[in-house]
Design a protein around this ligand. Structure first.
Ligand SMILES: CC(C)(COP(=O)(O)OP(=O)(O)OC[C@H]1O[C@@H](n2cnc3c(N)ncnc32)[C@H](O)[C@@H]1OP(=O)(O)O)[C@@H](O)C(=O)NCCC(=O)NCCS
Length: 332
């Protein structure tokens, strides 16, 4: 028996501290004009002091749970696409579990970089359809600002911090909200975006030097990869969903670069009014960028519900994730 899935609630959280493009000119040789015209970014929100990705994730999770009206103790799994934290374990998902009291949840993180939320939706869909779970909380939260080389103008201007959450449950009215999920990975392009962490041999084996651990990116190659491959992957996913492209109301792409978003809009022949972008305000918040854009656009009335939508992300790996969804009223 097919078990239909409901997207029951979504929410997001960003830090209060804002850094403008002009602010960045104090520490690197750049300009507001260069950043705006090349990327569309005007500002980014970044963590300060003791704030953390986990704290943002907790806030986003609470908001999504409240909208879902699902009791936190009924959550069976917490899955956190959270690839940029200060520590590898305990997992971000476990830390969020403890804070929100999801005492019956099993918890784990996944690493799919900026495609993380879509990968988590794929896992959540499979768990619910197989009967393994009824209620799943996904929390995408990344503290990229803590992993940037703030002297590398080619990468540090592009990112910000944020969290987005989504609750999936068994549908109570037979409507399936996740019509298709397509996940891709091409590890041969792994060098395009890298975030090294310390993994040195024992000092008795060989002397170690401490290397800086920063996001390294070949922006040009990422750009070419995405504009060449993503449109076809999106078209394949739409074909799987049983809908035609022109039956889909909104396109909510990963917020990495305005020029990439505009290229997608043209190639997929979307009305610009129906392509969601908030990159101006938040820059690239990694796995959190899609749920932040989705939630904010619903809350501001830019997305009118009910609606159908494509969510599509790409990131280090290289990974790509696309899903075609139905969005119900009251989810944000
Ligand atoms: C990063 C990106 C904005 C660079 O844009 P671009 O037009 O390709 O720019 P280039 O890398 O060719 O750089 C052009 C010049 O600008 C300079 N430049 C790079 N960053 C700069 C900055 N912040 N301010 C001013 N100049 C900058 C470069 O040094 C280069 O100078 P040069 O010609 O003297 O060598 C673009 O490649 C991009 O957005 N790629 C995708 C990245 C992405 O999506 N990453 C996230 C994936 S999840």
């Amino acid at each position: 028996m097919d078990i239909p899935i409901k997207i029951a609630g979504i929410g997001f959280q960003v830090p209060k501290t804002v850094i403008t493009n002009d602010d960045l000119t104090k520490i690197i040789d750049t300009s507001d004009e260069w950043i705006r015209t090349r990327t569309g970014i005007e500002r980014r929100h970044v963590l300060s002091g003791n704030e953390s990705a986990v704290q943002m994730g907790i806030m986003a999770a609470k908001k999504a749970l409240e909208k879902s009206k699902i009791d936190v103790e009924k959550i069976d799994y917490i899955i956190a696409p959270a690839s940029v934290e200060t520590h590898a374990y305990p997992s971000t998902a476990c830390e969020i579990q403890a804070a929100i009291g999801a005492v019956n949840a099993a918890c784990f993180d996944i690493t799919a970089a900026c495609s993380g939320l879509i990968y988590a939706m794929g896992i959540g869909k499979a768990f619910i359809k197989s009967g393994m779970a009824k209620n799943i909380l996904l929390v995408a939260t990344d503290a990229v600002s803590r992993c940037l080389d703030w002297t590398d103008r080619a990468s540090c201007v592009l990112f910000g911090d944020g969290a987005g959450a989504m609750v999936l449950t068994v549908s109570d009215d037979n409507q399936d909200d996740i019509l298709a999920v397509s996940l891709k990975a091409e590890g041969q392009f792994g060098d395009y975006i890298k975030m090294p962490i310390s993994g040195k041999n024992c000092p008795l084996v060989e002397p170690n030097t401490i290397e800086p651990m920063y996001v390294k990116m070949d922006g040009k190659e990422v750009y070419k990869y995405v504009v060449t491959k993503l449109p076809t992957y999106i078209e394949e996913c739409v074909a799987q969903s049983g809908l035609q492209m022109n039956e889909i109301d909104y396109l909510i792409p990963h917020q990495a670069n305005m020029r990439i978003i505009e290229a997608l809009e043209k190639r997929l022949e979307f009305n610009p009014e129906h392509v969601i972008s908030n990159i101006q305000e938040y820059a690239n918040t990694s796995a959190a960028s899609i749920p932040i854009a989705l939630t904010e656009a619903i809350q501001s009335g830019k997305i009118k519900l009910p609606a159908t939508a494509i969510l599509t992300g790409f990131g280090a790996g290289m990974t790509v994730g696309t899903t075609v969804v139905r969005l119900r009223e009251g989810i944000a």
